[in-house]
Design a protein. Structure first.
Length: 527
């Protein structure tokens, strides 16, 4: 394998201490060690190199950022006088696709290396602030869902936090902050500003015209990206927050084909993201679409940072978001006790405390089962008479059998109370009017769905609830694809599409199948 791999690059003899790549660079080369060693390091607080991995004979450099154009997280140098093979970025892609057995080993190594960086907090940033604060949770959630290594210093409980605050001359009112490896202090940055500062965003060329732009990186969007890129289409994906969409916040999906023991939504999304990038798709993270110019072609998608993307075809996969409760003081406690995801991060916040899950769908059921492992008790509140009509049977049975979960049917939240955080919740039975107040500090709201279509600017026909109509033209005549919209070359898949089945598997199916319709639109003579 090594003999085949080195044929894609050129051999170099380098003295000890030669810098091969440096944190913050983009599109770095791939190196294979023939003789000698390559040291992987980061700089400590004093600017001295901290070597934490050494590659020797027939080993190679790199991790997941070699599949994209983001800034690399670590630096590499020769540890001794060495003989290495340098494989340029374009040749690295040829290696991965042209030698599938080698590509599989590289892919597995890169994934495990990123897991190691995250687990040990290497190559990342330090996040300082109150662990239960809404802004702190926002930043932590963004870093976690994008697989970016970070170390958390909770000023509410961590004894080392005061030393960091003194070192960087920070006061409590300036928190939360992000400390980068080069000692930059980002004071409560906006999500997009943090992404830019960490090099998570792709560099966008407004003059480039893509074959297809996929808006949204949930299951449907990622499937469209994988199939589009693997079939030779120049593909870009735009995502406002992180890959995975609503599914990416699911603690475990147990009925997805091929995963008998289940898989977390974040793990599924992470694998799909790497898969799409392996085939050449570009992912522009923290890039929200704010509008679309659809009167002329190629179409132009407007972004929140005033830039734009041009594409000959568009796949809309922006999904839907959970609705909010109509309760006084609701906005006050969003992020301060009200959550829309149940991941290990949220579970850690409410360990040993009672929690409430509002909703009767599969996402709510998965959240309740997951939280019951660590919470003192889980209360499920639904307005309906039960769960059977809206939740998969395996989850209903698990909830009924759990001594740590109680279902409150025909019940809704009517009052919230607290100080800087949520402290108590009042719920009321809809039929008999009985109310009770409980000391609950965390609510997980997973009710209904509102489509993310406000950015479409009346470009497409929507149904009465705001979902994109597909399959029929404005005159009611059937279109060539069930995913075609009223605008030629623009398609909609997944939860954002009117009449779609709100399941991960169906979204993946729609995202993969729609690429056939994209091909037919782009190359009608070949159809």
């Amino acid at each position: 394998m090594a003999a085949r791999a080195v044929s894609y690059g050129s051999e170099e003899r380098l003295p000890k201490g030669t810098l091969l790549f440096e944190r913050g660079e983009r599109s770095v080369d791939f190196f294979i060690v023939i003789e000698g060693t390559i040291e992987i390091f980061e700089l400590d607080e004093d600017g001295a190199p901290n070597v934490f991995t050494v590659h020797d004979e027939r080993q190679f450099t790199g991790e997941l950022d070699l599949f994209n154009n983001r800034e690399v997280l670590v630096s590499g140098r020769t540890g001794t006088d060495s003989r290495v093979v340098r494989v340029k970025r374009a040749d690295f892609r040829r290696l991965v696709t042209g030698e599938p057995d080698i590509g599989e080993i590289i892919m597995r190594a890169f994934i495990l290396r990123r897991v190691g960086l995250i687990r040990h907090g290497q190559g990342g940033v330090v996040l300082i602030g109150p662990g239960h604060g809404g802004e702190m949770l926002r930043l932590k959630r963004f870093l976690t869902r994008n697989g970016y290594p970070h170390r958390l210093l909770d000023t509410e409980v961590d004894p080392d936090a005061d030393g960091f605050l003194d070192c960087f001359r920070l006061t409590a009112d300036q928190l939360p902050v992000v400390i980068t490896p080069d000692h930059r202090v980002l004071r409560n940055p906006a999500t997009s500003a943090l992404a830019d500062a960490l090099g998570l965003t792709e560099e966008i060329d407004p003059s480039r015209v893509y074959d297809v732009a996929v808006v949204g990186a949930g299951p449907a969007g990622l499937a469209a990206a994988v199939y589009g890129a693997s079939e030779g289409l120049d593909t870009i994906v735009l995502e406002a927050l992180a890959p995975g969409g609503q599914a990416g916040t699911s603690s475990k999906i147990e009925n997805y084909l091929g995963f008998p023991t289940g898989i977390s939504g974040q793990a599924l999304a992470g694998r799909a993201q790497v898969q799409a990038q392996k085939f050449g798709a570009r992912l522009a993270i923290s890039r929200s679409a704010t509008g679309i110019e659809c009167a002329v072609t190629p179409y132009r998608i407007l972004l929140e940072d005033k830039r734009s993307i041009q594409a000959r075809a568009i796949v809309i996969a922006t999904g839907a978001r959970y609705r909010k409760l109509d309760v006084p003081d609701y906005e006050r406690f969003e992020g301060q006790g009200i959550h829309y995801a149940a991941t290990p991060m949220e579970a850690q916040l409410c360990g040993g405390e009672p929690v409430i899950v509002v909703g009767g769908g599969n996402s709510a059921g998965q959240a309740a089962v997951f939280l019951s492992r660590t919470a003192a008790h889980v209360h499920i509140l639904v307005r309906a008479r039960g769960l059977a009509a809206t939740m998969s049977d395996y989850l209903v049975q698990r909830i009924e059998q759990s001594p740590h979960i109680t279902l409150h049917a025909q019940t809704e939240i009517t009052a919230l109370d607290g100080d800087e955080r949520l402290r108590s919740v009042t719920w009321t039975h809809r039929t008999n009017g009985e109310s009770a107040t409980h000391p609950v500090g965390n609510i997980f709201v997973m009710i209904g769905a509102e489509p993310n279509t406000e950015w479409l600017d009346f470009c497409l026909e929507l149904d009465g609830k705001g979902f994109v109509r597909t399959g029929r033209g404005a005159d009611g005549v059937p279109l060539s694809s069930p995913y075609a919209t009223t605008r030629p070359g623009i398609f909609a898949v997944g939860d954002v599409r009117a009449g779609s089945v709100k399941r991960v598997a169906s979204s993946v199916g729609e995202g993969s199948v729609v690429i056939q319709a994209v091909h037919q639109f782009l190359h009608p003579a070949e159809a």
